[in-house]
Write a new protein. Structure first.
Lengths: 653, 653
């Protein structure tokens, strides 16, 4: 990997080919002016290439002299080999102390699952999907060999493929004669093993040899987004992944508002149709891009939270929100794809990864499966931070799970300029402790549209470390930085000014946002603390931490610890699962053994109801501070605060 | 049973209480004038009660003197105790020779299955229906015991009833939460075992205790009629039987014309809807009369010919009529009642008795099951004479079956005044060998509307025995009996004159009818002969004969032999199964072991295709005579002809 060395700070960092100098600076802990998110608009991130070369886009912000002198914009210059760059004084927002102050502020991500991790995980399970497609050539009937079409198919499937007794769909029966004759007695039979203890079921008979066209779909049905992955069930190959907003969003942002909507007249049917429509849109795209025929997609494995799965199946979810919070099912029967409105093979089946409770659904089981907890002796904490914070503590032997109504703050909900982690979302925020000026990077380095979860965590951490806000999330309005202001009666910090934003307005983080964010992070921390208390354990005992969710991918561990979202886990313990729900569904799609493992996880998991747990309430109240009422639990944060104060004249309250 | 003695003939007969004197005369072989079918219209059947009493309706046909002298109308007088009656000369149509000539012409029916036979048959199979209804009281969920509704139901069904793993319908899932709560956690679970090798399937969850309301429906789906029997699956009790014309009749009389209709646009869907509508009509009546709730009817077993079952399932039957005559299926998968449009319990299942071939369907398997062939060592001939003549030869070890396109003559089709065996149909015909005047009895002793199958066989036999027709079915027009006439160029015999018929026109049997009837009986006889030849056996080797079909119930064995429909079976070998299709379906409904036996019958049966069998064509041509080209195969018929000739001056040709 290319090395980038920054002068005058003498910080060096390895980055991937194609990474921008702006991100390299972030990784190196070097502060560079950047208030447009890296979109090339503000022109403040000029650096001078002193050795090596970078690929730069032309910029009207640079004078011919600057260009001649080796200047480039850090945001629009990408690295392809070793390079040394100098950050000019005006890009450093003050003197070099700001860099020195950040000596330990390189990004601490933990590590994502590596291809090797995934290889091992998938290697655990032999390729053994629930469906099989068997090509068979039948002798044409004669007056002497005059058994019925179905009996002939049974006979040859038994003779050629060793298939024993099977049941079949009515629709299969209705098309059997035509398929056999259209294929001139050469057909592909699709069989599904839909449940334990059942003989296989014939779900399709198609003319000709389609045995090599055996496709499945793994789907993560999130409250906000739906992601689908098309998989070749013959060889495990992934043929594409697509994602889209869950169209149910028009009926409410979170599971509770969806449940409320489902109680309206035709509400349930509408919600069912909307999510089916979203999945069909993804199928359309996958089919279009891969060239796979939709009629060859014969199996779907979905994972989602319990409410999403109820709505996907068209099942009244009302009892999920009423104490004692009982869903219709946690173990979800296989249904026909047509029953839930998916446009794939006639007779295709849908299975959903089992969940444990109304608020610990199949997405969590799938994530635990993807995290490999089912085979680990290590004490593991699994956290999925989305609209709800769901988590589980345990190992292959036992699992204790809970869910806390974290609220949608980290998904961009209930935050003034919050948004999902999509293009244009601010994902990295740094605030210079001297000038209290921000440095921001957006996803795709586009002009900023709002702030996503990781950006919010960064922002809170930075505001706290620089003393702009106090432990209670209240602004210090006496710092003389015009970005800190009161707008319509509410204090806020302006991250992006209207001129540089994509929305034509300032993007700010308000005291109300901070209040929500602190409550959200407090709930998650309290959940973890309560699980640990329940097992009479401390955070130190946790040997590995898996963080799942689209959010987790961008999470900066140090910053999450700084705001007290997570206990002080060391970087080497933390792994990011990414979309664990999709990954788990993918595993279950490929292997019935994985399905068994998922069922085992769901069965063995104990669920702790937090909403009525007095210990949780205590933990929650204690966590409504930055980082926590008990600051001794956060020694590294205390160190960081002290260092910021020493180095950058931390704003006194 | 009361005894009826007839003077002057000194013939005596035992009849059931309530039997009419007219039928008693028939049974006794005594000829009485009766040209109105026994409806009391013609006034010709006057007899004088000499001892004992009868219950008579008043008749305007009798003078006060006659009434004072003990005269009654034989047709409207019923027997309740021993009685002696005298037939006056004018009622005898000549002298007493007509009676003497009929010395051996008592009705030879063979015997119907007795209640004892049925008891033994049903006793073979323990009560073990495919469905069970289990009442279970669930502990209400709490925050501590917070598993899903489905998991709770599984847990309690396992704990209380030992139910293991089960699958379930989507509709069941969709209503589960509401049912559990409506029943305050006391519910009845309905489970079905839908196929071998499968775990049970939950098909219903109803509030409260409905375990004692466990009903099933046995259905015979005939081409012409549909019969349904409602059965209590808890105790085998029959709760009613209803029958109705198959509404598909509007689309054609026989299976071939139905198949042709099915090829029209929307034809298949229409035929499916029509038969479902017919069954729903029967269900409506059964529910109305029995007080059973339709939602408690959870299982249906149907039997029918292969085409009827294809149409009932909405499956294209076109290949059934195209060589090599291959149906989609002979072993018919279980489907949801809703799929085939039956209005019973949501989730109720439909199963059909398996068949063997396109023209030996589940109705035959059911009949063989009802006849007990599966447990008999005796060489058995089973015949079902309907629109087609289907038959099987064999025993518990082996079965050879065939079907001959007998045509609908015996069901009233292709015969000028033919009709089904319903009220007003002529079912018994006697012709006085001296006067060549008829004596007829209708079903229900109503004014004649037409002639049903048994009446036609009687008529042909009588016309032949009296010499009115010859061996080729051609009329002798020189006998001077005005009932024998040429009408619109076709010779015919008038059975009922317009004044006494219910249709305001003469009811006659024509030479064209005779032609059809001889071809029909010839085809059936040829089928039997071909089966025997195939096994290198003769008719004498047959140890028992079962005759099934609504038709069989009224069949007079002697007459059937006289026309050469059947070989000369002795009366003691012949048993009438009645509606064997319904009886077999009823057995399968009650017991999964019976279902297995039916499957065993269908599997073990060999099917002989007659349409391309040269031996069959030879046998058929030989059988186009009365009784047969080879008259030596019919010694008793030769005797009867000789006796009729001696006694009644048989009309010479």
């Amino acid at each position: 990997m290319p090395r980038v060395r920054f002068h005058p700070n003498q910080r060096e960092v390895e980055v991937a080919v194609g990474e921008s100098l702006l991100r390299a600076a972030i990784l190196a802990g070097v502060h560079v002016n950047a208030t447009c998110g890296g979109s090339g608009v503000c022109g403040k991130c000029r650096v001078v290439v002193e050795r090596g070369e970078v690929d730069s886009e032309p910029s009207a912000k640079l004078t011919p002299e600057q260009i001649a002198g080796g200047s480039v914009m850090a945001c629009t210059s990408t690295v392809s080999g070793d390079v040394e760059v100098r950050v000019p004084v005006e890009s450093q927002l003050g003197d070099t102390r700001s860099v020195l102050a950040r000596e330990h502020r390189t990004i601490t991500h933990g590590s994502a699952l590596t291809p090797k991790d995934l290889g091992e995980l998938f290697g655990e399970f032999e390729l053994d999907p629930a469906t099989s497609r068997l090509y068979v050539e039948l002798p044409a009937p004669t007056l002497e060999d005059n058994i019925g079409d179905l009996e002939r198919l049974r006979r040859e499937l038994a003779r050629v493929h060793g298939v024993g007794d099977f049941t079949l769909d009515h629709s299969c029966l209705a098309h059997l004669a035509a398929s056999l004759r259209a294929g001139e007695w050469k057909v592909t039979a699709t069989l599904a093993r839909t449940g334990e203890g059942e003989c296989p079921r014939l779900i399709g008979v198609d003319p000709g040899d389609r045995s090599a066209r055996h496709y499945g779909l793994a789907v993560d049905i999130g409250t906000t987004s739906v992601v689908a992955e098309l998989v070749d069930l013959g060889n495990r190959a992934s043929l594409g992944r697509e994602s889209e907003y869950n169209a149910q969003i028009s009926c409410g942002d979170d599971v509770i508002s969806r449940i409320v909507y489902s109680l309206k007249k035709d509400g349930l049917a509408r919600l069912q149709g909307l999510v089916a429509g979203t999945i069909n849109t993804l199928i359309d795209r996958l089919v279009e891009k891969s060239g796979v025929e939709r009629d060859d997609i014969v199996y779907v494995v979905a994972a989602g939270n319990t409410t999403m799965i109820h709505l996907f199946y068209g099942i009244d979810p009302r009892h999920i929100r009423e104490e004692p919070y009982i869903p219709t099912m946690n173990f979800i029967p296989t249904v026909e794809a047509a029953t839930v409105g998916l446009r794939i093979a006639r007779g295709a089946r849908v299975f959903c990864v089992p969940g444990r409770a109304s608020y610990v659904g199949g997405d969590i089981t799938a994530g635990l499966l993807a995290a490999g907890v089912f085979r680990s002796d290590k004490l593991t904490l699994f956290i999925d931070i989305g609209t709800n914070g769901e988590m589980a503590l345990g190992n292959a032997e036992w699992l204790l799970s809970c869910a806390c109504s974290a609220g949608p703050a980290f998904e961009g909900g209930s935050v003034k300029h919050g948004m999902r982690a999509v293009l244009g979302a601010i994902e990295i925020v740094r605030i210079d402790p001297d000038t209290l000026e921000p440095m921001i990077v957006t996803i795709g380095q586009q002009r900023p549209k709002g702030i996503c979860g990781s950006g919010l965590i960064d922002a809170v951490a930075e505001l706290f470390l620089t003393g702009i806000i106090n432990e209670k999330g209240k602004f210090n309005l006496d710092l003389g930085q015009p970005r800190i202001r009161v707008n319509a009666g509410i204090a806020e910090y302006v991250l992006v000014r209207a001129a540089e934003s994509a929305i034509g307005a300032d993007i700010a983080i308000t005291e109300a946002d901070l209040d929500n964010l602190i409550r959200t992070k407090g709930a998650i921390y309290a959940g973890i603390a309560t699980l640990l208390e329940q097992m009479q354990m401390t955070a130190e005992a946790i040997e590995q931490v898996f963080i799942a969710g689209g959010f987790g991918r961008y999470l900066e561990l140090d910053q999450a610890i700084t705001i007290g979202l997570l206990p002080e886990f060391s970087e080497d313990k933390v792994k990011y699962v990414g979309n664990g729900s999709l990954l788990g569904a993918h595993l279950v799609l490929l292997s019935r053994a994985a399905r068994e493992s998922a069922a085992g996880i769901a069965r063995s998991m104990t669920y702790l109801e937090l909403s009525t747990n007095p210990g949780f309430m205590d933990n929650y109240v204690s966590a409504l501070f930055l980082p926590h009422t008990d600051q001794h639990a956060f020694p590294s944060v205390l160190q960081r605060v002290a260092r910021a104060t020493r180095g950058g004249e931390r704003a006194a309250h």
